[in-house]
Design a protein around this ligand. Structure first.
Ligand code: SF4
Length: 234
């Protein structure tokens, strides 16, 4: 089976625990206004790659993974290629490599359930903790994401929740309290990571000839993130 891949990063340290190979898949049906990777949206873009080829690439770095690292599949949205990722993760697990899935959790069907059966860690992007905000900025309901999270919770998966913080959009203490109160309902969530909204991707939008919807907002600073992290721990 083959999938569409945007890029491959060896020795990544920010997408899941430890040192990891990160596979960025091609294709996403959402259009988040802060998206860092609009070049991954086109499901027909990128390159075609087989699960076996990817396994060989991932195995080259096995010596670096240690007890905590492994492989992370990100995107784009990997759930759009759930059967392909299932095949890749099955191969990785057969070779003792830990698997992490970086997703928005916007789909839950039999393919996704099967994929979760071979996923060790879920990095779940909860873009906004309030459904009204989710619908306003993402155009779909948070409800499906919460179904996905509830299912991961039933399976007792390790889940790390992530959220991009955009000043002026979701950076108030009330926003963070809403996120904290939401994740507390799911004991499977072992950590929440707040990520700063950055605009390094602006030139990708320019190159694609499309508007960067959140280009008008300022970037989040490290100090802002630290302050919100304190609120999260309160
Ligand atoms: S889900 Fe990820 S890749 Fe897709 S539009 Fe949103 S931020 Fe971009």
């Amino acid at each position: 089976m083959t999938g569409r891949m945007h890029s491959f990063q060896s020795l990544g340290t920010v997408d899941g625990p430890g040192v990891r190979s990160v596979v960025f898949l091609q294709g996403c049906s959402l259009r988040c206004p802060y998206c860092h990777n609009p070049d991954t949206w086109d499901a027909g873009g990128g390159v075609s790659v087989s699960a076996q080829e990817l396994l060989a690439k991932i195995q080259k770095y096995t010596a670096y993974y240690g007890e905590t690292g492994g492989v992370t599949v990100s995107g784009g949205e990997p759930l759009l290629q759930a059967d392909f990722v299932y095949e890749l993760f099955s191969l990785c697990k057969a070779h003792g490599i830990s698997t992490a899935l970086d997703t928005s959790g916007i789909r839950l069907d039999d393919s996704v359930r099967r994929l979760l059966s071979v996923t060790d860690i879920v990095l779940l992007d909860i873009k906004y903790a309030a459904d009204a905000q989710y619908q306003r900025y993402i155009g779909v309901s948070l409800h499906t994401v919460l179904r996905f999270l509830a299912y991961a919770n039933d399976l007792n998966k390790r889940v790390i929740v992530r959220q991009v913080i955009t000043p002026g959009v979701n950076d108030t203490k009330d926003d963070i309290r809403a996120l904290r109160d939401l994740v507390r309902q799911y004991p499977c969530v072992e950590k929440v990571e707040l990520l700063p909204f950055l605009k390094l991707c602006a030139e990708k939008y320019t190159a694609m000839g499309i508007e960067f919807p959140f280009g008008k907002y300022p970037q989040a600073t490290a100090e802002q993130i630290r302050e919100l992290e304190r609120e999260l721990q309160a």
